[in-house]
Design a protein around this ligand. Structure first.
Ligand code: AMP
Length: 403
C-alpha cells in the first residue's frame, strides 16, 4: 500500500513516498525548490541510495507535482511501476481554523474551508490548495486527505487558553483566537513521550518543545493539548529563525510608522526579517552558524542564543504551572534534536523545579528517542525525533481505508 505525503509551500513542493507496512518505509523523498524562480531545483532520493539533483523548469505547483510523479515511476530511479499503486495522498495543511479537529478526505467543500482559512495562514494555505489541485490532476481518482497543523490544538485547547483579550465578537464573528501550529508533531511527540515513559498516554503530562526553523512549545495532558505557544498565526510564541515570536503589539505599529511599512510589509518584517536572523546579526538564521560564531567569541551571537533559550525557559515554567506539574519535557525538530548546547542553555537552573539534565547523556549523539535527564530527575527530559510525514501518512491511510 503506497501513500504519498505532499507539503506544498510558497516556492517549494516537498514529498515523501511511503510503503505502508507496520513500520512505514520511506521509498523515496525529495523536493522541488525555488518554483517560479530562476534556478528551480529538483532533489530526489530513493531507498536504494539513488539520488538525482538537477535544475528543472517549473512554473507552479501543478508542474512540480507532475515532475515528482514522473520521478516516482522513472525506469532508473523510480520506486513504483505505475502511479495507480498510490492508494492515497496526504497533504500537510497549516490551518484548518475551527472547522477541522481531525484529518479529512478532500472534496470541494473541504477545499472551500481551506481557502477560508487562508486568512489565518496566508503564507501557506493558498499553496496547499494548489498542491491538492495539482495532485487531483496528476493522480486522478486517488483519495486526497488534508492533515491540519491546527487539528491537535483545536481538539484540546479550551477557551481560557485560546481567547485573546480583545472585543469578544472578534472571536464569535471572525474566529480570532489561538490556533497554534505543528500540531501533528506535538501529537506524535507527546504520544512517543508516553511510550518512552512506559505509561498510558492518559496519565502523562508533557511539555513538548518543537524547535526547528519554526518553533513552538505545547502543554499536553491526557493526550490532549492544553496550550501552545503559537497563536492566531505561527508568529506568536518563542523566538524563531526569522520570526520575532512574542513582542509588545505596540512594537508593530511603532515599526510600521518608523519604517513606513504597509501591513503586508510589516507581516514580512516580523515573519521573515526578525527572530534569530535579526538578533544574531550575521545574515543567517541557522542555529549552527550562530553557535559557531558564538564559539569564536561573537558577543551578539552569544546574546542571541541566551535570549532564545530564556524565552523557551519561560514557556516551560508557565506550562509547568498550566499543567500543575509535568512528567516529561521533550525536545524535537532540527534544533531540539540536534543542539545539545541549546538544550543545556534552556534547561540551566531548572534543577529546583525537578528538571535535572544529565550533561553526558545530553551530549550523546543518537537518532533514537531517549532520556537525557539524570536517573533521579523527578521530571524526565527526552529527545524525541519527530516524524510529521510518517504521522501524516498513517492518518491518511486510516481515512483512505475507511473511504
Ligand atoms: P527544522 O525546521 O526542524 O528542519 O530545523 C531546521 C533548523 O535546525 C536549522 O535551521 C538549524 O538552525 C537547526 N539545526 C539543525 N541541525 C542542527 C545542529 N546540529 N545544531 C544546531 N542547530 C541545528
Amino acid at each position: 500500500m503506497i501513500v504519498l505525503v505532499i507539503n506544498a509551500g510558497s516556492s517549494s513542493v516537498k514529498f515523501t513516498c511511503f510503503e505502508m507496512i507496520s513500520d512505514p518505509k520511506v521509498l523515496a523523498n525529495g523536493l522541488i525548490e525555488r518554483i517560479g524562480l530562476d534556478g528551480t531545483l529538483m532533489k530526489y532520493s530513493n531507498h536504494k541510495g539513488d539520488e538525482a539533483k538537477r535544475e528543472v523548469t517549473v512554473k507552479n505547483a501543478e508542474e512540480g507535482v507532475k515532475i515528482i510523479a514522473q520521478k516516482l515511476v522513472d525506469s532508473k530511479i523510480g520506486v513504483l511501476k505505475s502511479l495507480t499503486e498510490v492508494k492515497a495522498i496526504g497533504h500537510r495543511v497549516v490551518s484548518g481554523g475551527e472547522y477541522f479537529s481531525d484529518p479529512v478526505v478532500v472534496d470541494a467543500r473541504v477545499k472551500e474551508f481551506i481557502d477560508k482559512c487562508s486568512v489565518y495562514a496566508p503564507l501557506h494555505n493558498p499553496h496547499h490548495l494548489l498542491g491538492i489541485n495539482a495532485c487531483e490532476a496528476t493522480f486522478p481518482g486517488v483519495t486526497n486527505v488534508a492533515v491540519f497543523d491546527t487539528a491537535f490544538h483545536i481538539a484540546g485547547i479550551q477557551p481560557h487558553a485560546y481567547l485573546y483579550a480583545i472585543p469578544y465578537e472578534l472571536y464569535t464573528e471572525q474566529k480570532i483566537r489561538r490556533y497554534g501550529a505543528h500540531g501533528t508533531s506535538h501529537d506524535y511527540v507527546s504520544r512517543k513521550a508516553a511510550e518512552l515513559l512506559g505509561k498510558p498516554r492518559q496519565n502523562v503530562r508533557a511539555i513538548v518543545c518543537h524547535l526547528g526553523n519554526g518553533a513552538s512549545i505545547s502543554a499536553v495532558a491526557g493526550g490532549k493539548c492544553q496550550d501552545t505557544s503559537m497563536g492566531l498565526t505561527p508568529l506568536e510564541g518563542v523566538i524563531m529563525g526569522t520570526r520575532s515570536g512574542d513582542i509588545d503589539p505596540a512594537i508593530v505599529w511603532t515599526v510600521m510608522k518608523l519604517k513606513n511599512l504597509s501591513p503586508v510589509e510589516a507581516d514580512n518584517f516580523f515573519n521573515k526579517k526578525s527572530g534569530m536572523l535579526a538578533l544574531a546579526g550575521i545574515g543567517s538564521s541557522d542555529l549552527r552558524d550562530i553557535e559557531a560564531e558564538h564559539k569564536k567569541g561573537n558577543k551578539q551571537c552569544t546574546q542571541a542564543l541566551e535570549t532564545y533559550a530564556y524565552r523557551i525557559k519561560k514557556y516551560i515554567g508557565s506550562y509547568l504551572a498550566a499543567l500543575g506539574g509535568a512528567d516529561i519535557v521533550a525536545f524535537t525538530a532540527g534544533i531540539g534534536e540536534n543542539s545539545a548546547t541549546m538544550r543545556a542553555l534552556i534547561l540551566k537552573g531548572l534543577d529546583d523545579l525537578g528538571i535535572k539534565l544529565d550533561a553526558a547523556k545530553n551530549s550523546e549523539r543518537s537518532g533514537e528517542a531517549r532520556f537525557i535527564s539524570t536517573n533521579n530527575s523527578p521530571i524526565k527530559i527526552a529527545v524525541i525525533p519527530t516524524d510529521e510525514e510518517q504521522e501524516i501518512a498513517k492518518q491518511t491511510l486510516a481515512l483512505a481505508i475507511v473511504k
